[in-house]
Design a protein around this ligand. Structure first.
Ligand SMILES: [Zn+2]
Length: 140
């Protein structure tokens, strides 16, 4: 049994995100017409409505914008406490991702977060399952 709850990595809408993560890259869906970034993934650009979208790498670095510490355990694969944080991605104004940090993270609105990647193994079809793993810069 995995020590973490693994996501579905083969959904057509989000597959590019997980393919990039398996290669150690953070990617955001980007419009080939206007260059606008769309996250969460959608079939067309939220800025201009074009359907030409591709996954482009971004620097896995951002700022904590909001967070909460979960103290009540609702699933055995998510032991408490842990911190759920909303991250503004530095390279992509307007793009926010949700991150998970173990424990009671010491965050403020100036906290810089950096992602490396956590290998969760492979899904039953043999696809690599890798997730961004966020941490506060300078944290131990
Ligand atoms: Zn666009």
């Amino acid at each position: 049994m995995s020590a973490r709850l693994a996501p579905t990595v083969v959904d057509p809408a989000s597959r590019g995100f997980f393919v990039a993560a398996a290669e150690g890259r953070l990617a955001v869906l980007t419009c080939t017409r206007c260059g606008g970034r769309t996250h969460l993934p959608r079939p067309c650009c939220v800025h201009c409505g074009a359907h030409g979208m591709e996954w482009r790498d971004v620097t896995p670095r951002g700022r904590a914008r909001s967070w909460t510490v979960v103290e009540h355990q609702v699933h055995p694969l998510f032991p408490t406490p842990y911190t759920v944080v909303l991250i503004d991605i530095d390279d992509c104004p307007g793009v926010r991702m949700i991150g998970y940090l173990p424990g009671r993270a010491d965050l403020d609105e100036n906290t810089v977060l950096h992602a490396d990647f956590e290998d969760l193994g492979h899904d039953p079809e043999g696809n690599p399952t890798v997730l961004p793993r966020w941490s506060a810069e300078g944290a131990q």
